[in-house]
Write a protein that binds this ligand. Structure first.
Ligand SMILES: Nc1ncnc2c1ncn2[C@@H]1O[C@H](COP(=O)(O)OP(=O)(O)OP(=O)(O)O)[C@@H](O)[C@H]1O
Ligand SMILES: [Mg+2]
Length: 445
């Protein structure tokens, strides 16, 4: 066959499989381009032309080109002009042509991004996060834009929804990516310990302080500090944190001299901070400092198209590591997964897949492989709010949910009283478990 007709055939095969796609050599010169790629990019895309501007964007997204030339795959959003002068955004994903080596060049795949009216988006992977939900994609777009800036970001989302992944993505996108990323959970320590964890202490500051110890602020110097569950910070420490943010210096406990720190703050909470401010539990001035750029991660139950996708992605990485190999999901199992309300979000979903690997057999994931809470608790439409935008709203039922209470009690019992282990099995954080037990009246205040 003539090489030209061979190329046309290859281009059409590529289009059938992937839609808009371009193959480039290691120098980023075009080898193949599908007609859909030409149409989306509004360019001729001639063979042999080295076209990083067309493929990789400019400004901030120029880093796609930099990554490819350095032999690293990359992804991002590129803004392109349409023929009529308006602009649109495209998701760009790159894959090595030969696994493990960038020597042979790259496959670059494009898909439209951004508008929630897009009937089908993705599936898209962004810094380890998969989605095909338009709201999540919007969230990625914000991260992509603010990542390289030094702005302070507040991530809000339920437990297990991916807040820490977002914080890591912001760090990786920033000029601080080679500096430290430190995470501290403000709900995990009593106040006295938390203060020392955050700001450090000097020798002799208190009994047992045998030497100078830097806190997370100093350890995150030139990097990113992730303050998880920031709404749980006691008021006294909120005042100290505010002072650190204002002066960009830290005074360790027992110390005198302020020490300059250069840290980008990303914080996260499952609560609405504004509500905490109104209730007098959080300082308004600190909220404004932390919430320069808010990022909201929708809970999994509000992005149902992600359930099947995330189960499949989890199966892809788990197959080969386990005794069992899963090749398909039964329609009944998928329906049950899609009905569940996922209070523990993606973490709970992944735990559920792990349960299926451990408890079931055979190549098809069956309904009977799923944990009891997925089978037992189909959320009836009368109980589940239709579109719960305010995710920290009180539970819809006024009377305590005895089935949830007994489920939590049973989990704690089965974990031998170990709350962290019980929380892990339930797919929720320790703090959430503790909070739910308290709300349900099984835990003293
Ligand atoms: N979109 C996603 N794609 C793939 N994996 C995800 C996604 N979102 C979350 N995960 C995975 O789900 C788990 C929970 O995510 P993460 O720890 O970021 O949640 P979190 O919001 O910080 O939870 P918590 O409030 O309990 O601290 C992790 O294993 C993470 O890798
Ligand atoms: Mg977290």
């Amino acid at each position: 066959m003539e090489s030209d007709s061979l190329r046309t055939l290859a281009e059409s095969a590529l289009e059938t499989a992937l839609g808009a796609a371009v193959v480039v050599g290691p120098d980023l010169a075009i080898v193949l381009a599908t007609p859909r790629a030409r149409e989306l990019l509004n360019e001729a895309l001639s063979v042999g032309v080295r076209a990083p501007d067309v493929l990789c964007g400019d400004g901030q997204t120029r880093r796609i080109e930099e990554a490819l030339l350095a032999g690293q795959p990359a992804q991002g959003i590129v803004t392109r002009a349409r023929r009529d002068g308006t602009t649109h955004q495209l998701w760009v994903r790159t894959h090595r042509l030969s696994p493990g080596s960038p020597r042979d060049g790259w496959l670059i795949v494009f898909s439209p991004a951004g508008s929630s009216s897009d009937a089908r988006v993705g599936p898209v992977e962004f810094h380890g996060m998969w989605t095909q939900d338009a709201r999540m994609l919007e969230c990625f777009r914000v991260i992509e834009r603010v990542g390289p800036e030094d702005d302070t970001v507040l991530v809000r989302g339920e437990t297990g929804a991916g807040k820490e992944l977002v914080a890591r993505a912001l760090h990786e996108l920033s000029a601080r990516r080679n500096g430290p990323f430190r995470a501290i959970n403000c709900a995990a320590f009593p106040q006295s310990l938390l203060e020392s964890e955050l700001f450090g202490h000097v020798r002799g500051a208190f009994t047992g302080a045998h030497r100078d110890t830097p806190g997370h602020f100093l350890l995150a110097h030139r990097g990113t500090l992730f303050l998880d569950e920031v709404a749980e910070l006691p008021l006294e420490l909120q005042a100290k944190l505010l002072r650190v943010l204002e002066t960009r210096t830290v005074i360790p406990i027992g110390g005198r001299e302020p020490i300059a720190v250069d840290v980008r703050i990303v914080s996260a909470t499952h609560r609405a901070l504004r509500g905490e401010v109104e209730a007098g539990r959080f300082r308004a001035d600190l909220m404004y400092r932390l919430r320069v750029i808010p990022v909201f991660i929708p809970p999994l139950r509000e992005r149902p198209s992600d359930i099947a996708l995330l189960v499949q992605k989890r199966i892809d990485v788990t197959n080969g590591r386990r005794r069992r190999r899963i090749d398909s999901i039964s329609p009944a199992a998928l329906a049950a997964l899609e009905r569940h309300d996922w209070p523990g979000n993606v973490r709970e979903l992944f735990n559920c897949v792990a349960y299926a690997y451990a408890m079931g057999d055979g190549p098809e994931l069956q309904l009977s492989d799923l944990p009891p809470e997925i089978l037992e608790r189909p959320s009836s439409p009368a109980v589940a709010p239709a579109a719960p935008i305010v995710t920290n709203a009180p539970p819809p039922s006024i009377a305590p949910d005895t089935s949830e209470r007994s489920r939590l009690d049973r989990a704690v019992l089965e974990a031998g009283g170990n709350r962290s282990e019980a929380a892990r099995r339930l797919g929720m954080s320790r703090v959430t478990l503790w909070r739910r037990l308290r709300e349900l009246g099984t835990e003293p205040d």
